[in-house]
Design a protein around this ligand. Sequence first.
Ligand SMILES: Cc1cc2nc3c(=O)[nH]c(=O)nc-3n(C[C@H](O)[C@H](O)[C@H](O)COP(=O)(O)OP(=O)(O)OC[C@H]3O[C@@H](n4cnc5c(N)ncnc54)[C@H](O)[C@@H]3O)c2cc1C
Length: 398
Amino acid sequence: MSETATATSTPTKPAAAKIHDTKYTRNQPYSSKVLVNDRLTGPESEKETIHIELALEEGMAYTPGDAVGILPTNRDAAVEAVLQVLGFSGTERVLDHYKVEISLEEALRTRLGIGKLARGSVTQLAKLCGENCPEGLKALLGQENKAQAEEYVWGREFIDLVKEFPGIVTEPQQLFNILQRLTPRMYSIASSQAAHSDQVHTTVRVVRYTAHGADRQGIASGHLGERAPVGAEMPIFLHENNAFRLPEDTSAPVIMIGPGTGIAPFRAFLEERQATGQKGENWLIFGEQRSVSDYLYKEQFLSMEKDGLLTKLSTAFSRDTHKKVYVQDRMQENAAEVYAWLERGAYFYVCGDASRMAKDVETALLDCIAKGCNGTLEHAAEYLACMKKNKRYQRDVY
Ligand SMILES: Cc1cc2nc3c(=O)[nH]c(=O)nc-3n(C[C@H](O)[C@H](O)[C@H](O)COP(=O)(O)OP(=O)(O)OC[C@H]3O[C@@H](n4cnc5c(N)ncnc54)[C@H](O)[C@@H]3O)c2cc1C
């Protein structure tokens, strides 16, 4: 491992963040206008991924690597269905989390999470019925029944619970004890302000699935996918993430691994480097299911490759070939080059799925390092630890 020194040498600091406007927060969001809401995936795709552009007020600033928080509302039909099952009209008055009086209908639309069912909601509902708890509900309580409860809540929503165990909720205010707060969802920013001064862009995968005989959708991604047309207002706030930054040394090379919506911050990085004339080399590895329908931002990336901004553009479309190919396979195929880039001081970034991809990419990275330096995996782990310490290995996974 002759050149490990590169990995251990004094790091170039990640780019300094802009001074962030703190006027708007999750509790006091900015009411932004939707400027663009376009589907990125083709009609044949199994996924529905959309590109959203939102307007910013003057003074609102972000840095590539940051996220935008979006406050969703529940669907009218879902609110109506819950009211109907509970036998409430919606005009009943309740106190919200800040003790402000609002209608039950507003509470269910904007304050309470009536989507995916939480285990805590099952427990809280049971508490309301005390001694007279139905057997089926009792069987989901306590540490000893945790696994059954986990299985029960998977794919279910609040409405399924109150349909199965009716008559327990008698007062609208009780819902504030049973249900979790409707929380904002984070989305990696997909744009650079150097290119779009008064806008913030995101790349959103609309979550849809069928479970327990009903079609479900994610609350925020469903809102953006179905009820956020151009001109609609969305409450948003900017969320700083100093742990995911382009190198401060604008000539440092970067390798970016961004399958699926993990591509978002790398579009931001590349737009930033393009708009500010940064000279560092850029290698993007993008992965999805099919090139014909799932190649997100294809034209833009091909044009960046043509212009020389993207030194290297690699893609892995898992369903295009008989043998499934993923981003980590592209890394393995290009192991010598990955290592050469690292030895030249490249920063290595990963964004996207935390459950499997991030682990598989790390394993592939260790392999590339071990092969490159003719060393053991132990040596590679040390090398990677140095990269981490020097902020040359950064992940934004969710
Ligand atoms: C820092 C950060 C950055 C992020 N960046 C992005 C981004 O750039 N783009 C993006 O699209 N997302 C991103 N996310 C994820 C995003 O915040 C949301 O979690 C995602 O959009 C889902 O939110 P939702 O409200 O639509 O779904 P929710 O209403 O929260 O529902 C999602 C839940 O539905 C359940 N579910 C999903 N599928 C199934 C199924 N098949 N069967 C049963 N249950 C299921 C699961 O419990 C899942 O947790 C990011 C998250 C973080 C933390």
